[in-house]
Write a protein that binds this ligand. Structure first.
Ligand code: HEC
Ligand code: HEC
Ligand code: HEC
Ligand code: HEC
Length: 469
């Protein structure tokens, strides 16, 4: 588990992660998933003043008759083995331990923050670091990222939520976080997997040894692994009304893309007014972190430096590179405006000393468009035809996407992977094995990011595209 997060690690690690996603998803029965966003009832606005909610810790959920069953149960609406999954398979249960590992401690030493496991800078994402007055007696910091990190403080709903007729909306009104809503769910994941102004991973932390952060909702949910039923059930074995969308993987991918673009735009905007600027982790890592080659072998020199002064590090636009295709698919007019804003932002960011105000204001303008797209994406139905079009369009933009760097290529590989899994679950093509092998080939090309070559990657994408036709 504790592999070194050195320069080579993120890469290998990423490949393992994605390979795991494939097998995890393959085991999901050909069934459906609710439109979490629309089906979820809203909390009653008339919530009476309740005592401030406290965090009780995962022990409060662990009884075998609650969420600590060893095996999933078929006679209940939920599996009831959520605790067992979390404690055995989910890395979140080991998040605190990562801080006490040799690498975790060394990061603390390099940054001069003392013991990592005592530093709020690290605990913010690796544990449930809530103020003392919000900790119940059973609370323990070393539980890492536990149930209430995602589901919210339980003291006010822990007892009542087991009673007959109690609804999700009632729990939400009593302080439960609404993970059923896909946008809220993604925002929750991104608070740690992309960072916020209060908790973040910057280049200083990367240089000290922290792995780089990246995210894709559908793959990451599979790897976690999921401890919830798809589709969600209203009674044992009975899918909740409207919760049987067989294209849930496409919806998860689409929502995740849109929400992470918005969060990334917010991040570059607040960073533009931060202490360290330019912030290297907003730029393309491998524009700086690559080996030099003789001039006749350099694809960089062959390509030239369109849109920037030769040698200036380019902005990392990977959170838009693939999403742009979906944006055009669902709302062409907004997407065209967003294209213009993103081109502008890339130009402003890809200079040695980006103008802070200009960057923040372009990012804010682009954010409004991303916001509009999120609303569209939630209302959008997903089906076989749309998934097939997306697969072809993404793989068809081989040169354009791969030219935007290793991180953009990685998003393309994850997108094709997610969309292909959704499509083969519902309508497997005759050449599924060949397509699978070709997509795996994309991940292999990302294994050593410092040697990433856009031409080879584009050729592999074109191969995937030909097989999909
Ligand atoms: C913004 C949230 C955030 C903050 C703040 C943060 N981390 Fe992390 N950390 C993560 C995430 C997310 C991962 C997992 C990354 C992945 O695998 O995609 C991680 C992974 C790690 C790992 C690798 C764990 C493993 O299993 O190999 C170590 C070590 C680590 N963090 C240490 C630290 C230390 C030390 C600090 C404080 C200086 C810190 N982190 C602060 C979010 C954060
Ligand atoms: C990293 C975030 C995260 C952690 C940690 C986490 N969960 Fe979840 N949980 C989710 C998400 C996301 C869902 C899916 C939301 C949905 O469909 O309701 C979910 C769903 C569930 C469900 C099913 C709800 C339903 O109505 O179908 C239960 C029960 C549950 N979690 C219990 C737990 C317990 C108990 C723990 C701790 C042992 C835990 N979770 C830890 C994110 C998390
Ligand atoms: C409170 C912060 C926090 C939240 C919220 C959170 N994570 Fe994490 N996540 C982490 C940290 C920290 C790690 C690294 C744990 C380790 O490796 O020790 C991690 C690791 C992971 C990993 C394992 C990656 C690997 O190395 O294999 C996956 C997958 C993941 N998270 C998915 C999710 C998803 C999906 C959500 C939202 C439903 C989510 N996380 C919400 C903090 C968080
Ligand atoms: C503008 C150039 C630049 C960009 C962009 C950049 N870095 Fe760095 N990085 C550096 C420099 C300079 C160092 C310090 C190297 C040294 O002191 O030997 C460094 C150090 C590091 C180290 C430690 C090096 C080692 O050998 O252990 C890691 C890891 C790292 N960066 C990761 C990243 C990641 C991940 C990204 C993208 C999110 C990134 N960097 C983006 C310039 C950059």
């Amino acid at each position: 588990m504790n592999k070194r997060p050195d320069a080579a690690r993120p890469l290998t690690f990423r490949f393992i992660l994605l390979a795991a996603a494939v097998s995890a998803l393959a085991s999901i029965a050909p069934s459906a998933h609710g439109d979490s966003s629309r089906a979820a009832a809203r909390p009653a606005s008339t919530a009476t003043t309740i005592e401030p909610s406290k965090y009780v810790g995962p022990g409060g959920c662990a009884a075998t008759s609650c969420h600590g069953s060893v095996k999933p149960r078929a006679d209940t609406r939920i599996f009831q083995n959520e605790y067992s999954i979390w404690v055995v398979q989910d890395k979140h249960s080991r998040a605190y331990m990562a801080l006490t590992s040799p690498i975790g401690e060394r990061i603390g030493r390099i940054l001069g923050i003392g013991k990592s496991e005592e530093s709020p800078k690290c605990l913010a994402c690796h544990a449930l670091d809530v103020p003392p007055e919000a900790r119940a007696k059973t609370f323990d910091l070393s539980d890492g990222v536990s149930c209430e990190s995602c589901h919210g403080p339980a003291s006010a709903w822990l007892g009542p939520h087991t009673t007959r007729g109690w609804t999700h909306a009632q729990s939400v009104a009593a302080g439960m976080y609404d993970t059923r809503d896909l946008v809220s769910r993604t925002e929750k994941c991104l608070s740690c997997h992309l960072g916020t102004q209060d908790k973040f991973v910057d280049h200083e932390m990367l240089a000290a040894g922290h792995p780089d952060l990246y995210f894709e909702l559908d793959s990451f949910s599979a790897v976690m692994p999921r401890h919830w039923k798809i589709p969600r059930e209203s009674a044992p074995g009975v899918p909740e009304a409207g919760a049987d969308d067989p294209w849930f993987g496409v919806r998860d991918w689409a929502t995740g893309q849109a929400v992470q673009l918005r969060a990334a735009l917010d991040r570059v905007a607040w960073r533009a007014h931060g202490a360290n600027w330019p912030e290297f982790s907003e730029l393309q890592c491998f524009a700086c972190h690559h080996d030099l080659t003789p001039p006749e072998q350099s694809w960089r020199q062959e390509r030239g430096y369109p849109g920037r002064r030769p040698g200036d590090p380019p902005w990392n636009a990977s959170r838009y590179a693939v999403f742009a295709i979906l944006a055009h698919e669902i709302d062409g007019a907004t997407a065209t405006q967003l294209d213009a804003q993103m081109t502008q932002l890339a130009k402003q960011m890809s200079v040695l000393n980006p103008d802070r105000d200009a960057v923040a204001s372009t990012a804010a303008a682009a954010r409004q468009l991303a916001d509009r797209l999120i609303a569209r994406i939630q209302a959008q139905p997903y089906d076989r035809a749309m998934t097939a079009r997306l697969l072809l369009e993404i793989s068809g933009h081989a040169g354009e996407i791969s030219g935007q760097g290793e991180r953009a290529a990685e998003q393309a590989a994850m997108a094709l992977d997610s969309l292909f899994i959704a499509s083969s679950r519902n309508a497997p093509p005759a050449n599924a094995a060949e397509i699978r092998a070709a997509i795996n080939g994309l991940f292999q090309l990302l294994e050593n990011p410092s040697t990433y070559d856009p031409n080879t990657f584009a050729a592999q994408m074109t191969k995937v595209n030909a097989l999909l036709r």
